[in-house]
Design a binder for this molecule. Structure first.
Ligand SMILES: Nc1nc2c(ncn2[C@@H]2O[C@H](COP(=O)(O)OP(=O)(O)OP(=O)(O)O)[C@@H](O)[C@H]2O)c(=O)[nH]1
Ligand SMILES: [Mg+2]
Length: 358
């Protein structure tokens, strides 16, 4: 029997649980309106007949907590999804299907940048095909949302569905698209998998056209952060008699925040597999930076304490150049040569593509 493992994720209220019930033909997952109905990630397993599969399929559907209710819940949900994907991958046989349906409500009209980045990141990092499932559609005519998605995620297919009949006063809209979604996930699985592997290969080969844009976005956002932290230091220092520890803490917070921004931007280009190595370098340069800092700290600390009236402005002048320097160091790291382990990853992916195409 063929194993089919499907992760269903997306914003709260997109219709993930409704979709799962429709696929399983049974109301197992709780659904409803209001805030966050599904409170924890849960697997539903069922054997089902499926055309072209004489023994049927063993379907496992992973219903997940809606993204964006609050940041820590979203982080926890995504970490659990990652673990689930990796564990399933470990035990998956050659012919098994292992896919993510990312649900977007047709009425939302747009996808948030964080959703687009999440899809790019997870699909590349875990080498898993995604289908964007546009939910709660009243027709299979692609709308505005469809073109935004294909502009941003050309390699990810979309399927429009209405998982459950929609009742109107004047009648009802019949459910559609769920069979098509299942068919696409199972019948087209190999080609979807090849597509994502080829995309990863292109990224590892540095063929990503976004490179320049991501890098300059990183720098501009980073610079805005540096200014914001420097202004905060200026304001807080002006209120305090002894602003040094305060300003130092703000500086450290700024560097950490720049690190996070770097990791995020870097993984948009290279996938998160090579981020760790570069982050290690980044924190090394942070240590170096702190070392240099400690030497100059005395002089500036002294200036801030001795002339309280100037402390606000001095704090700005203190935080800004440190942040700016650090930003420049991080920016240079985008251009470091790919690490050698990338060559191994590329070799493995090429072999896998060849196998799938056979
Ligand atoms: N008629 C109809 N209603 C739908 C459909 N999809 C979702 N809904 C309704 O939209 C609401 C939210 O659906 P859920 O399936 O609970 O959404 P969810 O994504 O699981 O939400 P969370 O668990 O909160 O993250 C419910 O009231 C559903 O009845 C659909 O295809 N047809
Ligand atoms: Mg739900």
């Amino acid at each position: 029997m063929r194993n089919v493992s499907i992760v269903v994720m997306g914003k709260t209220g997109a219709g993930k649980s409704t979709l799962i019930n429709s696929v399983l033909n049974e109301k197992v997952a709780p659904t409803g309106t209001g805030c966050a109905v599904t409170k924890e990630n849960k697997i539903y397993v069922k054997c089902l007949p499926f055309e072209g599969e004489p023994a049927g399929i063993l379907l496992s559907m992973y219903d997940t907590v809606g993204l964006e209710i609050n940041e820590s819940i979203t982080k926890k949900t995504i970490n659990e999804i990652k673990k689930h994907i990796e564990t399933t991958k470990l035990i998956a046989g050659n012919t098994d299907v292992h896919i993510v349906w990312f649900c977007v409500n047709n009425r939302s009209n747009r996808m948030e940048p964080y959703e687009l980045n999440l899809i790019k990141q997870l699909s590349i990092e875990h080498e898993i095909p995604f289908i964007i499932t546009v939910t709660q559609c009243f027709s299979d005519e692609p709308g505005e949302l469809a073109s935004t998605i294909s502009k941003n995620l050309a390699e990810i297919p979309q399927v429009r569905v209405l998982a459950e009949d929609y009742k109107l006063r004047s009648g009802s809209v019949k459910a559609f698209g769920v069979r098509e979604l299942m068919r696409k996930s199972i019948r087209d699985y190999k080609s979807l998998k090849v597509r994502i592997l080829e995309k990863k290969l292109a990224i590892l080969n540095g063929e990503n056209v976004d490179h320049f844009l991501v890098k300059s976005n990183f720098f501009n956002t980073g610079l805005a952060k540096v200014k914001r932290f420097a202004t905060r230091a200026e304001k807080e220092a002006a209120k305090s008699w002894f602003p040094i520890p305060l300003v130092r803490n703000i500086t450290k917070e700024l560097l950490t925040s720049l690190n996070e921004l770097f990791a995020d931007s870097f993984s948009q280009i290279y996938g998160s597999t090579s981020v760790n190595k570069h982050l290690a370098l980044a924190s090394l340069s942070k240590d170096l930076n702190y070392g240099i800092l400690d030497d100059i700290l005395y002089g500036i600390d002294l200036a801030i304490t001795l002339i309280p009236g100037l402390s606000g402005g001095a704090a700005y002048e203190y935080v800004y150049p440190i942040g700016h320097n650090y930003l420049e160091i991080l920016e240079k790291m985008f251009d470091l040569p790919a690490n050698t382990s990338n060559e191994e990853i590329k070799r493995r992916i090429k072999a896998e593509i060849a196998k799938l195409k056979n």
